[in-house]
Design a protein around this ligand. Structure first.
Ligand code: PMP
Ligand code: GLN
Length: 376
């Protein structure tokens, strides 16, 4: 029914060929030591059974405290841990359950492309119809209708690394004034990875949207722990109540010791998420510099942990990416699978820079060498 995920395919190919894997988006390093130690302690203390369906209170409180640290104690954007935060097994499940909560047959969901691969299949399984627009320049007038129930936003953006400004959010808010039924599903998996001093805006900071917005978090991304599968969904109390009714029959609860560990880590290191911007900006710069020196057409990246590189016009980026695993020893992700219909889209590939510096240097060296051997 659905195609295999491009991330699984490219990772399998990378393993088969012993290639460097800059394809699937996961870090080559682990969580901060405080989090690992707290996980060990949680196991030793016997945190083995179901957490409450809404999530461990300690983690919900820590996430709320993080909001207040970021936006101020009295900020309306800060989520209430009891009625507005639900911990889930990763952002993917959070998104799926949000679509199941919101969509009925005949409802439309606007997805801006290129788009993360899980949105389309999850929306369709929930009964919705996907309406696609351009992430770079969404034409809200053409995209929204009386049938629009969901608008998906993803900033910082996977795969392009673009970050929405306050102006982008305001444009969406003003377009939605005429469509009171539409709800924004804001995928903020990369919220801490914003570069060059730019501000990272959450949908919760937009006054006109907060009462009709789901904010989706991935603590796997924030804590370099994608395998722990912990995320959270933040929504106003009325929506959270409905979301929890759906979610209780999907997963019921998320991994208990991982929740305990993340709650402790956030208590011990409340500043940790703020360190990610600098950390990943240095990695972006390192890979960007090395690839540009090799003559690649690297696109600007303001956030996330992905760089995109344009390929010559007419290239099939799928075939190109598969071939480079074998002959360059580097796995990347083609952009075609980020579109329902990629006809006419400029060919490009995505590289994940959440890797050790030595891996980034070696990947750039191999790609530059390949390019030297295969001039246009
Ligand atoms: N949204 C985006 C934009 C992503 O890149 C990813 C992958 N991390 C997810 C959601 C899913 O996150 P998780 O691993 O927490 O399910
Ligand atoms: N989010 C990650 C990416 O974009 C991968 C997640 C997955 O493999 N499903 O690469």
């Amino acid at each position: 029914m659905f195609q295999p995920s491009v991330f699984s395919e490219m990772t399998a190919l990378a393993q088969q060929h012993g290639a460097l894997n800059l394809a699937q988006g996961y870090p080559e390093f682990g969580p901060p030591e405080e989090a690992v130690e707290a996980y060990r302690a949680a196991l030793a203390e016997g945190w083995h059974q179901y957490a409450p369906a809404a999530g461990l209170p300690a983690l919900r409180q820590a996430l709320s405290a993080l909001d207040r640290r970021r936006w101020g104690n009295a900020a309306p954007a800060a989520a209430d841990p009891e009625s507005e935060i639900t911990v889930v097994p990763g952002a993917t499940v959070g998104l799926y359950a949000a679509f199941l909560t919101l969509l009925q047959p005949c409802d439309e969901a606007v997805v801006l492309e290129p788009a993360y691969d899980s949105y389309g299949p999850a929306i369709r399984r929930a009964g919705g119809t996907v309406v696609t627009g351009s992430f770079a320049a969404p034409d809200w007038f053409a995209l929204l209708s009386a049938r629009t129930r969901v608008v998906v936003v993803n900033s910082p953006h996977n795969p392009t690394g673009s970050v929405w400004s306050r102006e982008d959010w305001d444009q969406l808010a003003s377009a939605l004034e005429s469509f009171p039924n539409a709800v924004v599903v804001s995928d903020e998996a990369y919220e801490w990875m914003v570069f060059d001093g730019q501000e990272s805006f959450s949908v919760r900071q937009v006054d006109a949207l907060r009462s009709r917005a789901f904010r989706i978090l991935s603590l796997g991304k924030t804590f370099h722990a994608t395998g722990w599968k912990i995320g959270a969904v933040v929504a106003p109390p009325n929506w959270t109540a409905q979301f929890r009714q759906v979610y209780q029959f999907l997963a019921f609860a998320a991994n208990t010791p991982a929740q305990k560990a993340l709650a402790s880590a956030l208590e011990l290191r409340p500043d940790y998420p703020e360190t990610l911007a600098r950390f990943f900006q240095d990695k972006r710069d390192r890979l960007d510099r090395a690839l540009r020196a090799g003559g690649w057409d690297v696109q600007p990246c303001s956030g996330s942990y992905f760089l995109t590189v344009r390929l010559p016009h007419g290239t099939d980026d799928w075939a190109w990416a598969r071939a480079r695993v074998a002959d360059a020893g580097v796995a990347v992700v083609p952009l075609q699978p980020f579109y329902i219909d990629a006809t006419g889209v400029p060919p490009a590939v995505r590289l994940c820079f959440a890797k050790n510096d030595a891996t980034l240097d070696e990947a750039a060296k191999r790609l530059n060498h390949w390019k030297n051997q295969n001039p246009l």
